[in-house]
Design a protein. Structure first.
Length: 520
């Protein structure tokens, strides 16, 4: 790894090391450009390394190999049906670029001996025209750590449950770690430099053009990295920055967010704004229910197999089996839902009947009061402070729905997503009763997988000014940008898929642009 403090010159400076950033770095390096990746932490991958590695990249050769009824036009129909404003000026051109380029990107990546993908059966998040049964997401093929070059094996951020406990990663890298590892292998193989522990703080500007970045090292040493072709900002959102969250009305809290601790404070976005970049801060994140942890953190939770989520009045307020972002938005919109209490029973031996990353130790939860336990529902009510009559009525009514197989209040189990994670034996697999004492309640907050608002970019990933012109030399992708999907999370892998496509388009644009005269 380079650790020089003098000025260095490259064709491309990539800020961040998530899935979008490393896609850009790998493709640029493979195209013969000199590349540096700037990462503020000691590890590569950010939230992308925590992820499942699902990539929503429709219409590619991977879906074709799997024999799926997927196509670019099917994906277009699906997005047209679900997006807030698919034909609006902010979305239409990007939508087209995304759909057109996704299969090209997958083909280009799979052209590389170190990059392989496979279909990931995981239902899309809306029942809408164009939806593919069991989804159209793809994921990188897992890889053994000992098959990786040493720098990559050492640098990939471990899965969230290990990373938050300070533990190293596993011997086999799956999901997001496989994505980060494979992209890093390509980038390094093609000569890209990686500067970890370098925080980008400012953009270097000449004649209104971004010509590089200013970074600092942990000991405060300044480093200037010049970019002949362009700077690609793909450095997460601002989920880790309480002041920016408050300024842009993003519900939830830093501690409940899933980004690695201390990362994604939004410095690169702020630097671009100082250079007159336009933004759209949507007050949104990629939301999810967050199991509150004894240390005050939140854990991304999905796939509830039983149990009910109750608000402060002791009432259900949404289908608990909704795709997590839709449940999160319901939580954010419903008064008295933060925090909520998730009431479940002992049928899974006192473990949460859902997938929480990380779940934590039930005994520690009980000791900390983030979970409570009682032999009776009335006891649960007094331990949580919820009104006993309402809590008992909610559970009784839900158990009645479990018997008939129809959730008359919220339609739980009516969609294929609802039953993807469940194995219930009643008439509706998503409706398993709460009737095995002792009972538990776990406190839930609103978590997110990153914020969704940020820099406005065009269909080539160029950062725009308010007047619609692009800032020469400046590109952005990932959660550093305003999501093309608006308020919607179309399906598994939408954050990574869109980040990868626009990072790739940015590199394509850099390759066709003349570059900066001043640093040529
Ligand atoms: C458990 C879990 C599972 C998920 N599963 C999926 C999934 O399967 N598919 C999917 O699409 N999404 C998934 N997500 C969401 C997805 O991981 C994130 O939304 C996405 O990876 C964010 O990518 P990013 O590049 O914007 O940010 P990150 O991946 O967080 O990368 C940003 C990087 O930039 C660095 N950085 C920040 N500021 C600076 C700076 N000033 N200078 C230098 N470096 C900086 C950070 O340290 C970080 O390493 C999941 C999230 C979680 C938590």
């Amino acid at each position: 790894m380079d650790e020089h403090s003098e000025q260095q010159q490259y064709d491309v400076v990539v800020v961040g090391s998530g899935g979008g950033a490393l896609t850009g770095a790998a493709l640029a390096a493979r195209a013969g450009l000199s590349v540096v990746v700037v990462e503020k932490t000691a590890l590569l991958g950010g939230t992308s390394a925590y992820s499942g590695g699902a990539c929503w990249l429709p219409g590619s050769q991977v879906q074709q190999r799997a024999g799926l009824p997927d196509s670019t036009e099917g994906a277009r129909a699906y997005l047209s049906a679900i997006l807030d404003d698919p034909t609006g000026p902010a979305t239409a051109a990007k939508l087209d670029a995304f759909l057109t380029h996704a299969p090209e990107l997958v083909a280009a990546l799979e052209d590389d001996p170190d990059l392989d993908f496979e279909w990931l059966p995981f239902p899309e998040y809306y029942d809408a025209p164009g939806r593919v049964p069991m989804g159209r997401s793809i994921q990188p093929v897992s890889i053994k750590r000992d098959a990786l070059p040493a720098p990559v094996a050492e640098l990939v951020r471990p899965p969230v449950e290990l990373d938050r406990a300070g533990a190293p990663g596993r011997r086999t890298l799956t999901g997001g770690q496989a994505l980060i590892a494979r992209l890093a292998v390509v980038a390094l193989r093609e000569g890209a430099h990686v500067l970890t522990r370098h925080t980008m703080t400012e953009l270097l500007v000449e004649d209104d053009r971004a010509v590089g970045v200013h970074c600092t090292t942990p000991d405060g040493a300044p480093v200037e990295l010049l970019a002949r072709r362009g700077v690609l900002i793909a450095a997460g959102g601002f989920e880790g920055n309480a002041a920016l969250r408050a300024r842009h009305d993003v519900p939830g809290e830093v501690a409940w967010s899933m980004a690695p601790r201390g990362t994604n404070l939004g410095e690169p976005m702020t630097a671009a704004v100082e250079l007159s970049a336009a933004t759209d801060f949507s007050a949104l994140g990629w939301f999810c229910p967050g199991l509150e942890q004894p240390d005050g953190g939140g854990s991304f939770t999905l796939g509830f197999r039983s149990g009910v989520m109750l608000d402060a009045a002791g009432s259900r307020y949404a289908n608990e089996s909704l795709p997590y972002d839709r449940f999160g938005r319901a939580m954010a919109a419903h008064p008295g839902a933060i925090p909520s209490w998730f009431v479940f029973d002992s049928r899974e031996g006192g473990r949460l009947p859902g997938i929480a990353m990380p779940e934590g130790d039930p005994a520690e939860h009980l000791a900390a009061g983030t979970w409570v336990q009682s032999d009776t529902l009335a006891g649960l009510a007094s331990a949580t402070g919820l009104p006993a009559a309402a809590l008992e009525a909610s559970v009784r009514r839900y158990n009645g729905f479990c018997a008939t197989g129809v959730d008359e209040d919220f339609g739980r189990g009516a969609d294929e997503y609802d039953t993807f994670f469940t194995g219930g034996e009643g008439p509706n697999k998503a409706l398993t009763p709460v009737d095995v004492p002792p009972y538990y309640a776990a406190r839930f907050v609103l978590s997110d997988l990153g914020t969704k608002g940020g820099l406005l970019t065009d269909d080539a990933g160029r950062v725009l000014r308010e007047d619609g012109s692009s800032i020469a030399g400046l590109y952005a992708a990932s959660n550093s940008t305003a999501s093309m999907f608006g308020s919607v999370y179309p399906g598994p892998g939408a954050p990574l898929g869109s980040a990868m496509v626009f990072a790739s388009l940015a590199v394509r644009d850099m390759l066709s642009s003349p570059g900066a005269a001043g640093v040529a």
